[in-house]
Design a protein around this ligand. Structure first.
Ligand SMILES: [Zn+2]
Length: 556
């Protein structure tokens, strides 16, 4: 949340720790309509800034000086930096320049709805989106359509414009209100909730208004449009720490895969757990809704498909896509499902994070390219969100005074390393075990990587044989026990990703060996075949390279 306010020109603003508290708001029909109108104006304003900014970006990139600056080798850091910043200056592509732009764009009727500071935060938001394109981190920016709208707006201070205040209320307990223009939206505050009470005892940096769509207008707390409002308070300080969440002092090595996690502490019990296995039914329900929507789309738009049922190429002047009433219902239902899935995932992540932190708060893991994973294991990553898990862990660990060390994969290569002989040997994807001619192993590879990470010295990242000799004596049995427990759970019918290398008696093999690509098959409980992707090593195999040696787990 540490945003630099360029207009103040204070280069060394110290970041204070920040946490969030979300409170539901009560909005009557009139208030909801007015807030909706403000948000609509915010949307148009955001699009206007984004569009103007995009023009600036395009012009800047078309300048021959841009190519010249790109041609400067990265080794000449200063020169390169100076060249780019001169270009940014000339074309007005900076957060500060965007604030200026916002000041010019916020005219007449817009100004009635949008305070100057809110306009600035929207301009910053547009700048950040465009800057990602500028830096090559994103391909394009997305304008906010009228139907989707702008769903959040934030201030950057809590004394003017949209702000949150506490006023004396009934029974000696203050009542909170979000003030915006002439409206007062009451917040529902449960003062008996220690998290809420803790949050409201802290200083409010600024408030953010969030609008969420519900499954239907009849959902609890929804207005006529089927929308709910809530306020997110950005607070100074550290989040509430529940007494039930103990903090351990061990050092833990983690090895994260798209669908599994190996946890190896230096002393305590090692674990190999599937990530978010509980989310599979939710994901399946969403898939069914997607297929329903596809059928509805086809039924309403036959002109967009050729006689073989293939979608036609989109041309200019083609008829608009029609949305049937039923389609809109399904879409809303799917959106609600997705929201629930996200919330469920978050709670599962939270539980896992607390389990980890209860063992230790010094955590060493390999830094992984989540983007690369997204390309290769889209579905698992989409469902399990391993990157979010790490972010969550990092925040929690930091708030308890520990550290999360992310070591670069390229230099450590833990998944290839063998501490017995010091050799780096790439394992193909299907090989789930580490077994070396020098006598180390067999041991499940993810657990082994996590073990190597646990005893890594964050100051010196090259693994050496000597440092592992003594730990290995104690760890080998623990790792085997962890794998044994995972196998047991699989036998009891718990779903395990195939990447854990657990085979079961009576497991079915894939019919054709050609299916044995990186997307390995996974037979779930009901015998349905689902693609289950599993972890790779960064210097990865080419798709389709792995073959043979496959075993498929099925439960039942
Ligand atoms: Zn070896």
């Amino acid at each position: 949340m540490g945003k630099k306010h360029a207009e103040k020109r204070t280069p060394s603003r110290t970041k204070t720790p920040t946490f969030l508290l979300e409170l539901p708001l009560v909005a009557d029909a009139g208030q909801a309509a007015r807030v909706g109108a403000h948000l609509e104006v915010g949307r148009q304003f955001y699009n206007a800034v984004l569009s103007a900014g995009q023009r600036r970006l395009r012009r800047m990139r078309a300048d021959p000086a841009w190519q010249a600056a790109r041609a400067i080798p990265r080794s000449r850091k200063q020169e390169r930096k100076a060249a780019f910043s001169a270009l940014r200056e000339r074309y007005g592509f900076s957060e500060y320049a965007f604030h200026e732009l916002a000041r010019k764009l916020r005219v007449a009727w817009l100004a009635e709805h949008l305070d100057a500071v809110l306009a600035q935060t929207l301009a910053s938001r547009a700048y950040r989106a465009l800057n990602r394109v500028c830096l090559g981190k994103a391909r394009r920016v997305r304008f906010k359509s009228k139907s989707r709208g702008l769903d959040s707006i934030e201030n950057k201070r809590n004394d003017t414009g949209m702000r949150f205040v506490l006023q004396p209320g009934a029974a000696g307990r203050p009542q909170g209100y979000l003030l915006w223009h002439d409206d007062q939206l009451a917040a529902l505050i449960d003062w008996d909730d220690p998290v809420v009470a803790h949050g409201l005892a802290h200083e409010i940096k600024y408030a953010r208004l969030v609008r969420r769509r519900t499954s239907s207008p009849r959902a609890q707390g929804a207005d006529r449009e089927g929308e709910r409002y809530c306020v997110q308070l950005v607070l100074t300080g550290l989040p509430h720490h529940k007494p039930k969440h103990a903090v351990g002092s061990d050092t833990i090595g983690l090895d994260l895969g798209p669908a599994s996690l190996a946890i190896v502490p230096r002393q305590a019990e090692a674990r190999l757990v599937p990530l978010c296995a509980e989310l599979r039914p939710d994901a399946r329900a969403i898939r069914r809704l997607q297929r329903k929507m596809e059928r509805q789309r086809r039924a309403a738009n036959p002109e967009h498909y050729d006689d073989k049922g293939r979608p036609k190429k989109r041309k200019q002047g083609a008829p608009r896509w029609k949305q049937s009433r039923g389609y809109q219902v399904s879409r809303r239902r799917k959106a609600a499902r997705e929201r629930k899935l996200a919330a469920h995932r978050k709670s599962l992540h939270g539980r896992l994070v607390h389990q980890i932190v209860a063992v230790g708060h010094t955590i060493i893991t390999e830094k992984l390219s989540y983007r690369g994973w997204q390309k290769r294991y889209g579905r698992s990553v989409g469902r399990c969100a391993p990157g979010m898990l790490i972010d969550h862990l990092r925040r929690t660990v930091a708030s308890t005074g520990g550290t999360l060390h992310e070591v670069p994969t390229r230099s450590t290569k833990l998944s290839q390393y063998c501490h017995g002989c010091g050799a780096f040997v790439k394992k193909p994807l299907w090989q789930r075990w580490h077994q070396c001619p020098c006598g180390v192993g067999p041991v499940q590879r993810d657990l082994y990587s996590a073990f190597l990470a646990a005893y890594l010295d964050p100051a010196d990242l090259t693994p050496s044989c000597a440092q592992y000799v003594i730990p290995w004596e104690g760890a080998e049995a623990r790792l085997l026990a962890a794998h044994e427990r995972a196998t047991q759970r699989a036998n009891e019918g718990q779903v395990v990703p195939r990447s854990m290398g657990i085979s079961r008696a009576g497991a079915r093999l894939p019919k054709s060996p050609s299916e044995a690509t990186q997307e390995l098959l996974f037979l779930s409980r009901r015998g349905k075949v689902e693609a289950w992707k599993h972890r790779s090593e960064p210097p990865a195999l080419q798709p389709g390279e792995s073959s043979g040696g496959l075993c498929v787990n099925s439960s039942c």
